[in-house]
Structures are given as C-alpha cells and as structure tokens.
Design a protein around this ligand. Structure first.
Ligand SMILES: NC(=O)c1ccc[n+]([C@@H]2O[C@H](COP(=O)([O-])OP(=O)(O)OC[C@H]3O[C@@H](n4cnc5c(N)ncnc54)[C@H](O)[C@@H]3O)[C@@H](O)[C@H]2O)c1
Length: 142
C-alpha cells in the first residue's frame, strides 16, 4: 500500500515507518522536525519529506499532488505534552499553537482523508484528552 506517516521522525512514527517498509509498503515519512532530529530516520528506506511549515491541509494536499493518493495515513505528528486543566500547555508552546497543531490539523487530515478515501490510523494522545482525574480519563473533554 501507499502510506503516509506523519510525525515520522518521532519515536513511534520512525519505528512504524521502518516496519512498514520492511513489510513491503511504499512509505512516505513526513515531519516538521519540530521536536525530533534525522537520527531516527537514518536507516529508513522510503521518502522523507521535511515540512517547512506545520502540516496543514494545504501542505498535505501538495503531498498528494506530488506523491499521488495515499491508501493509509498513520497520523503520529503531535506536539507531545499535556494541556493542563487551566488551559496552559506543558510543551513550551502557547496553547493556541498546541491546539492548532494537535487538533485542528488532525481535523484537516480527516477532511483530506474523506476527500481522497484514505484510511486514517491515529495514535490518540494525552495531548488531546488532557489531564483529567482517572475516572474521566477515557472521555475527551475538549
Ligand atoms: N510514546 C508513547 O508512549 C505514546 C503513547 C500514547 C500515545 N502517543 C501519541 O503518539 C503520537 C506520537 O508519539 P511519539 O512518542 O512518537 O512522539 P514524538 O514527540 O517522538 O514524535 C512526534 C513527532 O511529530 C512531529 N510533529 C509535530 N507536529 C508536527 C506537524 N504539525 N507536522 C509534522 N510533524 C509534526 C515532531 O517533530 C516529532 O517528530 C503522539 O500523538 C503521542 O501523544 C505516544
């Protein structure tokens, strides 16, 4: 299959991208290298896309124009960290940038996937469901 892995320089994305190549898939690894370096992708044998700006619907549509339709998008890109109950972000990032990066751009990826009939596999994330008491941990609160 033709597969896009976002956040592919990160811990999960890089291991996933390499495994998918091993399994014979055509894998494109996309990352802004916001919080990861190239080290994780040194032995990756697919295409590496360095996104200049944060992934958004325009850049992902550019990807599809250049690389064709993806069958599956593994969405691992995120500013990893937790939004506290008071709305502050713990990643040295302003909370609006955090929400834009982790939530709004995910929504745009879903729109893109609907338009192009790609399947999406998403890691989910404490970056999304926030810091809540354990009894509420399974319920998204944003
Ligand atoms: N590591 C874990 O134990 C764990 C557990 C559960 C869920 N998750 C979730 O899985 C996802 C990946 O986790 P990880 O540990 O690999 O994180 P990571 O920080 O190692 O990797 C995230 C990658 O996303 C990139 N990135 C951030 N914003 C981007 C954007 N807009 N466009 C493209 N790339 C962007 C970063 O540069 C980084 O390389 C996250 O959503 C995380 O919350 C991780």
């Amino acid at each position: 299959m033709k597969i896009l892995v976002t956040g592919a320089a990160g811990f999960i994305g890089s291991n996933l991208a390499k495994r998918l190549v091993q399994e014979g898939h055509n894998v494109t690894a996309a990352d802004t290298f916001l919080s990861s370096g190239f080290q994780n992708l040194i032995d990756f044998e697919g295409d590496v896309l360095t996104l200049e700006h944060r992934l958004d619907i325009h850049s992902i549509r550019d990807l599809a124009e250049r690389y064709g339709k993806f069958d599956v998008i593994f969405h691992q890109a995120a500013i990893t960290g937790v939004i506290a109950k008071d709305g502050s972000a713990s990643a040295g990032e302003d909370v609006h940038g955090f929400l834009r990066n982790n939530i709004e751009q995910f929504r745009q990826i879903l729109d893109f996937a609907v338009d192009t009939q790609a399947r999406v596999v998403w890691a989910s994330s404490c970056s999304v469901y926030g810091r809540n008491p354990p009894s509420h941990a399974r319920v998204p609160t944003l």
